[in-house]
Design a protein around this ligand. Sequence first.
Ligand SMILES: C[S@@+](CC[C@H](N)C(=O)[O-])C[C@H]1O[C@@H](n2cnc3c(N)ncnc32)[C@H](O)[C@@H]1O
Length: 251
Amino acid sequence: MGVEDEAAAAATVQQMFNSIAPRYDLLNHVLSANVDRLWWRRTARRFKAVLADPDAAILDICCGTGDMTMALLQLRPQGARPILAADFAHRMLSRGAEKFARRQTGKCGAIALEADALHLPLRSDSLDLIVTAFGFRNLANYESGLREFHRVLKPGGQLGILDFSEPGGLIGKAYAIYFRRILPAIGRVISGPMTGASEGPYNYLPTSVRKFPAPPALLSLMTAGGYTGCAWQPYTFGIAGLYTAARPLVV
Ligand SMILES: C[S@@+](CC[C@H](N)C(=O)[O-])C[C@H]1O[C@@H](n2cnc3c(N)ncnc32)[C@H](O)[C@@H]1O
């Protein structure tokens, strides 16, 4: 994909998420039968050591309506440095900001930041942890995303990418029917009739998962991008999974 194609792809993704923002949470919970909550919590637990450090600088990129951020916040001590929660879809982010604002005073909070994952307005070598949930797959260029995350992570900083994958075997076959046929139909019923750019999201999800590199391929990209300790932990029969890696301490 050329630079112009990438910009056009990113603009389409941004517009699509802005258009589904009011229904995003409901759709997510119904379509995943609330399993998404377990995945966010499990991802947060994987990073509990860094989350427990009150000074740790943490970014949830592609935070959308903020549910991954909320799961991370559960494991932050009182008075800890706020988590940065960034997304480039204004209407998704403002829903997240409303959730963060409802948090009790005194508890660790989050700062909503409108930003593009491929051009983060953050200093190099500044973050201890970057987490992204169901966002990385949407990036117009995975290598550029990994490069930008590597830039802003401190040496030794950790990366967690939670995203869908396509399970194999019988479960994979049954799931493919749900994911490619039933899920888009339910999505359309919940949202009612939509036209134009909004017509796409329910077909976009299975298509984007099909195009997303399988775990071995993404792990190779991460290793080639200069990360160390790259690993993938499947969640729920491999329907989703968490990629973990770190920026090496010494280059
Ligand atoms: C499927 S939603 C996931 C939201 C949230 N993390 C969750 O787990 O529900 C994907 C999000 O990624 C955001 N996104 C996609 N590409 C992005 C980019 N280049 N920069 C910032 N955000 C991006 C979209 O705007 C959308 O809010």
